[in-house]
Design a protein around this ligand. Structure first.
Ligand code: ZN
Length: 439
């Protein structure tokens, strides 16, 4: 039993209530919010001057790429992929991939992110899943599918790719906090046969479908050339847009594609840091929200951001659109909803996580708002959290009621050791890249 005592509880429930009081956690759930008389045996976390928020949800990340942070700057999407990321991902072995995932999970948990939707790479996916179990993060994700991409070391035959994703999904889905997702990379690297199979598999198994869509102008143009249609329209025609579909980016999206997302219940994931750094453009997020699209938030890959800090991402998304859409187009409350309850909805977990409510799973982050960069805190804690707080202000994190961060220290993985060894690990991968034929 754990009591988070005397904090400002930013619940993100339907009324966006804020409660000054305690949160009682037992058996993995939030049992009570308000005044709690804790038994002597309860572990108490003092939250005076701190906000207790739902654990942040990042609905688009690539743990496999974390090891390549700061190794792919100054490129647009398609060059970034073909010149750096695909050769790097292809050079991963089980060990380097597990290391990359652990490094990413350490950064995420220490920064208050408790749930992710992850696109793994093509091979060695179990290294990522093992890291997720060890780190204790709430993981949804799966093996990346690419069966139509010339001269790419990640290319796989359609049948082999599907067989492996089915086998891994059946083995891992539902194990502790792991849920499986079908992850075709994007339309230009996938055959129509593969995408159609993904749709029927998702229907049969109930797995999420996670892909990239309309991130970059050239990508959208290539999809038009390949299919004769706009990207999201094409996915919709294949039956791939629905409440179990999560599309990263949606930067270059037409009005009619926006209506497709709204009417089918498919989610879009806004990744402003990556969209800026890869010079992709700005997703019209206030318009998507106004049209009724569920929009979540994600850091995307460490080599295109270059951090997985959800607080930076929130601040960016909350300010980026204002020159175009007006100063009230992205209120802080709405922003925090994208990083919590809307993210949970994208993951199909809105009944379990994404807000602090009695009976929900206890995925919680405690944010210290007493620092000079947060003071004086204004009347609205949502605004202080979105505009001022940083990942380093997170003091405590619970996932499914289990403490994973205590007093800014990660309990499940050795974050200091991971950071210290990252240089040597990436060097080993880059040596393998340089030894490949053609380099
Ligand atoms: Zn991505």
């Amino acid at each position: 039993m754990i009591v988070l005592r005397g904090g400002t509880v930013v619940t993100m429930d339907a009324r966006r209530s804020v409660v000054h009081g305690d949160v009682l956690v037992a058996e993995g759930c939030v049992q009570k919010i308000g005044r709690v008389h804790a038994p002597r045996s309860a572990r108490v976390i003092e939250c005076e001057g701190r906000a207790v928020i739902p654990g942040l949800v990042q609905a688009h990340v690539h743990l496999c790429q974390v090891l390549f942070r700061n190794h792919a700057d100054g490129l647009e999407l398609l060059d970034w992929l073909s010149q750096r990321i695909w050769p790097y991902e292809a050079a991963h072995d089980h060990r380097s991939l597990g290391f990359s995932a652990r490094l990413g999970i350490a950064e995420l948990l220490l920064g208050g992110t408790t749930a992710i939707l992850d696109m793994a790479t093509v091979h060695h996916t179990e290294a990522v899943l093992e890291a997720a179990l060890e780190g204790g993060i709430r993981y949804t994700g799966g093996k990346c599918l690419m069966d139509e991409v010339a001269d790419c070391p990640l290319h796989e035959e359609t049948g082999a790719a599907l067989e492996e994703t089915i086998a891994l999904g059946r083995k891992w889905h539902g194990r502790e906090l792991v849920r499986w997702a079908l992850c075709p990379r994007f339309v230009i690297s996938c055959s129509e046969k593969l995408l159609s199979e993904v749709r029927s598999l998702s229907e049969r198994e109930g797995w999420l479908v996670h892909t990239h869509a309309s991130e970059n102008r050239t990508e959208v143009e290539l999809v038009r050339r390949k299919t004769g249609r706009d990207n999201i329209q094409y996915l919709h025609d294949l039956g791939l847009c629905g409440p179990r579909t999560v599309l990263a980016h949606c930067v270059h999206i037409t009005e009619s594609e926006t209506r497709i997302l709204a009417s089918t219940g498919a989610s879009a994931v806004h990744c402003p840091g990556a969209n800026l750094k890869l010079a992709s453009g700005l997703a019209p997020v206030p318009r998507l929200l106004a049209e009724g699209v569920n929009v979540a938030l994600g850091g995307d890959g460490a080599p295109c951001n270059n951090t997985l800090d959800a607080f930076r991402e929130m601040r960016l998304a909350a300010t980026l659109h204002l020159p175009q859409f007006g100063p009230r187009s992205m209120p802080a409350k709405e922003m925090l909803a994208m990083a919590t309850i809307r993210g949970a909805k994208a993951l199909g977990l809105a009944e379990e996580i994404g807000s602090i409510e009695e009976g929900k799973r206890a995925d919680l982050a405690v944010v210290d708002l007493t620092g000079p960069h947060c003071q004086p805190a204004g009347p609205d804690p949502h605004a202080t959290i979105v505009y001022c707080a940083r990942a380093s202000d997170v003091t405590d994190v619970l996932v499914d009621g289990r403490p994973v961060v205590r007093d800014r220290k990660l309990l499940t993985l050795d974050a200091r050791r991971l950071a210290a060894q990252a240089q040597a690990e990436v060097r080993r991968v880059l040596e393998r890249v340089s030894r490949r034929p053609g380099n």
